[in-house]
Ligand binder design. Structure first.
Ligand SMILES: *Cc1c(COP(=O)(O)O)cnc(C)c1O
Length: 234
């Protein structure tokens, strides 16, 4: 059996088991296959394996791929996004997982308006408070989300976080639990544009824990596509 299909099978069964432990419907968990480590051929294989949601973290890597792949795939931008790259992202990526500041939100909204489209955005929260991590601080989240909710061409898909790298993934469970709590807090505001339906959390090392804590999108790279062929990049 093809290595990728085998790995995908393993991951799917882990997702199912985690859902069982948490008493959740596996259909509520969606997977972004992170293809940032792969060249065009590798990315094509991921799509051929039936994974249609693909995640890229750099515009300059994604552009040549989508030129070749045409309309294939549903694209998720997962990396840190600079304002001058927004025009390339909007219109091609349906999802942005890293909306972390209002100046970026305004530019995304402006470009989406120009292209007469809407982009689904996750507000990235720096739950762990690590200085190296991007994301809005939990204290600022309520105000930030209300401001973003005013922007007509952004649909707030939910919240996203990246947990610290640790030996034992159990250690990051509180980070995921906190993102869930922040989601519930926003939902209590009962704001018409703040349904905040999704939680994008969990990567190769910790997706099972994230699912147990309520992840509805997991972003899986190395355990699916075989690691860091292009170096350990964000
Ligand atoms: C690279 C990356 C992932 C995937 O990481 P793996 O550990 O390889 O699964 C997920 N999310 C973001 C934001 C990333 O940059």
């Amino acid at each position: 059996m093809n290595e990728l299909i085998y790995r995908w099978d393993q991951i799917r069964s882990k997702i199912h088991q985690a859902c069982q432990r948490a008493n959740r419907d596996p259909k509520s968990v969606h997977v972004v296959a992170v293809t940032k480590y792969l060249d065009l051929e590798g990315t094509k294989q991921v799509l051929d394996a039936g994974l249609e949601h693909i995640g890229e973290s750099r515009v300059q890597d994604a552009v040549p791929k989508w030129k070749q792949l045409g309309e294939r795939g549903i694209w998720h931008f997962i990396g840190h996004l600079q304002r001058n790259k927004v025009k390339e992202v909007v219109g091609r990526f349906q999802y942005l997982h890293s909306l972390d500041r209002f100046s970026l939100a305004e530019e995304v909204n402006r470009r989406a308006n120009q292209k007469d489209t809407v982009i689904h955005c996750f507000l990235q929260v720096n739950v762990s408070g690590e200085e190296s991590k991007f994301g809005i601080s939990p204290d600022e989240l309520e105000d930030f989300s209300k401001e973003v909710a005013n922007l007509s061409h952004i649909e707030i898909a939910g919240l996203m976080t990246m947990a610290p790298k640790v030996e034992n993934p159990e250690e990051v469970r509180p980070v995921f639990r906190e993102l869930k709590r922040l989601q519930q807090q926003l939902q209590k505001l009962d704001h018409p544009r703040l349904g905040v339906p999704h939680l994008s959390m969990g990567m190769s090392q910790d997706f099972e824990i994230a699912i147990e804590e309520g992840a509805t999108w997991v972003r899986i790279g190395s355990v699916l596509v075989g690691g860091y062929q292009r170096g350990d990049q964000q």
